[in-house]
Design a protein around this ligand. Structure first.
Ligand code: NAG
Ligand code: NAG
Ligand code: NAG
Ligand code: NAG
Ligand code: NAG
Ligand code: NAG
Ligand code: NAG
Ligand code: NAG
Ligand code: NAG
Length: 482
């Protein structure tokens, strides 16, 4: 009985507390409503705004002139200055109230040259004070048509160190910026029913060295209708053919090879380039085919990422850290000459092995190792001469390649990267690094090989920087036996 009493007392107490809280709640709400109303009124008064009550009209702004609209919305920061939200977005992405991008969506040529061009345009981005987009990579190219992010090939941390004044953003970041800008545009333009945020401003420029003019010419052109299909991946947020989305100007620069030939000519040319491309457009969209460096100073190769470097190190260890690197690019060889080329290579290899006591050879080649398609885009006509030459070599020595040594296994096992191993791809970078690390390096002579290969030259350049680390040569070319 006593216990029951205690319990009921507790219940009564609980009810009383609940009543009290409800009462407090009620007064609080009352106070809040009054306070809010007061605040609204105060805000108007403080702003000396005589149109305070037109606040109500916000939902039907179409009846207001733009002057009144601006007066009535000044209690909301982002609307008071409609551009604030865009400025905040830009600060977040570009560290500046305005974003200005340099997006070279196609660099032309294969990796070794594309690497050079990316550096040239990084220099341009610095001069133009623009955020540079890290264009996708794949199939040994740097291009918007590729499916992998820039860091599949490169070390972005080290790139940023090389160009500390350039801000880099991935394609994914760029898409996010476009999307957010589009959202802000739609929201603010709808509220105000006018163009608070204009469409994207874009300058699309074709920079090309086709040598079709005798002097470099920069000119406006009509809208280019045959733009890369791959740009459509930015739609609908960036759509060059939708005037509601973007206002696009088109230009072409035809560059002559003389302008890019020497340090002095490039010094002059690059000033012109900077002048011509110093524009206000938010996005400078460039399709590049420039073949040569654009600036007098040529920056060091963009470093490859740790994954590829480690693979190169792994292959080196599998070759007992002692091997002759061979670069044999069969493209542009004279097929009928190939049997003699193979013979010459065999003679040379025997000689080096004997003289230097090296037992292993590593072959970097555009000859198809994995599939029937070659490891170069431009090398398509593979004949029996080619097959016989490689067979001859293979019957004489144990040929090691990135395939036979199990290089890049992790990527090869992942079907996401299947396309990368059809034709040229990341394996080209691996080949290059393994050849750079080789104790002795030889490449094909004229007639047997493409002689002006920038790939071969890149290997030689890198080796000449490392000669003091015990390499036996920079580059030798074997000979065709007489
Ligand atoms: C409002 O107007 C008064 C006098 O007209 C002025 O002193 C005051 O600074 C104004 N307040 C604001 C917030 O502009
Ligand atoms: C807006 O204000 C400006 C300057 O005060 C005035 O000239 C213009 O007529 C106004 N526009 C409207 C639609 O009231
Ligand atoms: C201002 O307006 C925007 C858009 O209507 C809204 O998202 C935001 O929350 C508002 N800010 C404030 C402080 O009321
Ligand atoms: C780059 O542009 C921003 C504004 O967009 C400016 O604040 C900065 O000073 C510029 N830097 C150079 C080096 O011109
Ligand atoms: C990129 O991916 C798409 C869709 O998966 C595919 O159709 C296309 O061929 C790929 N592009 C390249 C260059 O591999
Ligand atoms: C771009 O805009 C045009 C015209 O509005 C439209 O036909 C096309 O489908 C759009 N493309 C993309 C990728 O959004
Ligand atoms: C652009 O926007 C206007 C107004 O919203 C609309 O009438 C027109 O159809 C749009 N044009 C395109 C190409 O989408
Ligand atoms: C980039 O290089 C730095 C310094 O060598 C290294 O610490 C880092 O792991 C590398 N990052 C990648 C993704 O390769
Ligand atoms: C060399 O011969 C071996 C054994 O017949 C074969 O597995 C390998 O694929 C050949 N290498 C090349 C580069 O053709």
């Amino acid at each position: 009985m006593k216990q029951f009493n205690q319990t009921s007392q507790k219940i009564m107490l609980a009810i009383q507390i609940t009543k009290a809280s409800l009462l407090i709640c009620f007064f609080f709400i009352l106070w809040y409503l009054l306070y809010e109303q007061n605040k609204l009124f105060l805000t108007g008064e403080q702003a000396n705004n005589t149109e305070t009550l037109t606040e109500v009209h916000l939902s039907s702004p179409s009846t207001l002139s733009s002057n009144i609209t601006l007066n009535t919305i000044n209690n909301n920061d982002s609307i008071e200055n409609p551009l604030n939200e865009l400025k905040e977005l830009n600060k977040r992405y570009c560290g500046n109230p305005t974003c200005k991008f340099l997006f070279v969506y196609n660099f032309g040529e294969q990796e070794t040259k594309a690497n050079l061009h990316f550096r040239s345009f990084s220099q341009l981005a610095e001069k133009l004070n623009r955020t540079m987009i890290l264009t996708n990579v794949g199939s040994s190219q740097i291009s918007v048509c590729q499916n992998f992010s820039f860091n599949l090939y490169y070390n972005v941390t080290l790139l940023k160190k090389e160009f500390p004044n350039v801000l880099y953003k991935s394609e994914d970041d760029f898409i996010l910026w476009l999307k957010e800008r589009d959202q802000i545009k739609n929201k603010l333009n709808n509220i105000n029913n006018n163009e608070v945020i204009p469409p994207l401003s874009i300058l699309h420029s074709n920079l090309r060295r086709y040598d079709i003019t005798s002097e470099t010419i920069y000119r406006n052109v009509k809208p280019v209708v045959s733009l890369s299909e791959c740009l459509s991946k930015f739609g609908p947020f960036m759509n060059l053919t939708d005037p509601n989305n973007s206002r696009v100007k088109y230009t072409i620069m035809d560059i002559t090879k003389f302008d890019l030939k020497t340090e002095q000519s490039r010094a002059k040319f690059s000033k012109l380039l900077i002048d011509d491309l110093s524009v206000n457009e938010e996005i400078l969209l460039v399709n590049s085919y420039v073949l040569d460096p654009l600036f007098p100073v040529i920056m060091p190769v963009i470093p490859y990422n740790d994954y590829i470097l480690n693979e190169a190190q792994k292959l080196k260890e599998k070759l007992s850290s002692s091997y002759i690197g061979i670069h044999w690019r069969l493209e542009q060889s004279r097929p009928e000459l190939l049997p003699e080329c193979a013979q010459g290579l065999i003679i040379t290899l025997n000689k080096i092995m004997k003289e230097e006591g090296i037992e292993n050879i590593y072959l970097a080649t555009d000859y198809p190792l994995l599939s029937s398609s070659s490891q170069s885009d431009t090398f398509t006509k593979i004949t029996n001469y080619h097959h016989d030459a490689i067979r001859m070599l293979n019957e004489t020595f144990k040929i090691n390649t990135w395939v036979s040594l199990g290089g890049l296994e992790q990527l090869r096992k992942n079907e996401k990267y299947d396309t990368e191993f059809i034709g040229p791809g990341i394996q080209g970078i691996l080949d290059k690094l393994v050849c750079v690390n080789s104790n002795y390096f030889i490449a094909g002579p004229k007639g047997c090989s493409r002689i002006l290969s920038t790939f071969t030259k890149a290997i030689a350049d890198e080796r000449s920087n490392r000669l003091d680390s015990g390499l036996l040569n920079v580059i030798d070319r074997w000979k065709i036996p007489l």
